[in-house]
Design a protein around this ligand. Structure first.
Ligand code: AMP
Length: 284
């Protein structure tokens, strides 16, 4: 496995793999790698000839008051995990390598980014789509892997790739969870033991909603109200949003039918946690 920091080195390595006729996969990450990332990397390694993992805490997707400086950066153990999983190349650029001082171009998906996380993180998705475009241009992969954990991000990236005719496929892998259901996230390590216990209630809330839907409850407003009630019982939780939206357009629904995303964002102590489930009730 090679670890490189410059764009030229990535291009050289990927060109070498291409000359041998290999397919190329990219797994974009911000590092602090865990079992969620590992599932994407393992899928890429299994199905493609040459896997590139990017590790880059992208400044343009953090708001001014967010956790950019505190974001964990355990680079050595990240590289060890990549090596263990059979990753071919780790691309770990500096911010200066990715953004020149004169950098003034943004890639922005409108509409899909105004809702859910886009409401409280106004420039976040513009940063994500811009850095992913850059990574796609640098690596030129056949496929890039994303996690369902960040459902809105995956949809936004898919829309961007489709709208701009980018020549790659997007694969979305299932959310990997802790044994108590908490979606694994680099930000979980911000939680103290009490907050960590409380955090498991996010997924339980989503599961309760799923059960209520299976029992025939169809009013989105009633389901949201009952999820909010459940979340409000977590002592230090601050709800950012609880939404039931169309699984493709992210438009809020009134009645539960078709393919839906049930998504929430909750601040617990220092960590803003997001989670979601997809519910498919068949053709609407
Ligand atoms: P991040 O390093 O947080 O930017 O995440 C990099 C990629 O890993 C994104 O596509 C995430 O959706 C994905 N990811 C993060 N956590 C999980 C998880 N628990 N299960 C599956 N994918 C995940």
């Amino acid at each position: 496995m090679h670890v490189v920091k410059t764009i030229e080195s990535v291009r050289r390595s990927v060109a070498g793999a291409r000359r041998k006729g290999g397919t190329v996969a990219l797994v974009p990450t911000m590092g602090s790698l865990h079992a969620g990332h590992a599932s994407l990397m393992a899928a890429a390694v299994r199905r493609y000839d040459y896997t590139v993992v990017s590790i880059f805490v992208n400044p343009t997707q953090f708001g001014p008051q967010e956790d950019m400086d505190d974001y964990p950066r355990p680079f050595e153990s990240d590289c060890a995990l990549c090596h263990e999983l059979g990753v071919d190349l780790v691309f770990a650029p500096t911010a200066q390598q990715m953004y020149t001082q004169e950098s003034s171009t943004w890639v922005q998906v409108v509409g899909l980014t105004d809702v859910l996380c886009g409401r409280s993180r106004p420039d976040h998705f513009r940063g994500v789509t811009t850095v992913c475009t850059k990574l796609f241009n640098i690596v030129a992969p056949d496929v890039a892997f994303f996690g369902q954990k960040d459902a809105q991000q995956a949809l936004v990236i898919k829309r961007m790739v489709r709208d701009l005719n980018m020549p790659l496929a997007i694969e979305v892998c299932p959310t990997i969870r802790e044994p108590d259901g908490l979606a694994i996230s680099s930000r979980n390590q911000y939680l103290d033991p009490e907050q960590r216990r409380e955090a498991a209630r996010l997924y339980q809330t989503l599961q309760t909603c799923q059960i209520q839907i299976a029992q025939g409850r169809r009013s989105a407003a009633a389901l949201i109200a009952s999820m909010r009630d459940e979340l409000q019982q977590i002592p230090r939780a601050k709800i950012d949003y609880v939404s039931i939206v169309d699984g493709e357009t992210l438009i809020p629904v009134e009645e539960v039918r078709g393919r839906l995303l049930i998504a929430l964002a909750v601040q617990i102590g220092p960590a803003r946690l997001i989670d979601n489930i997809l519910v498919d009730l068949g053709p609407s």
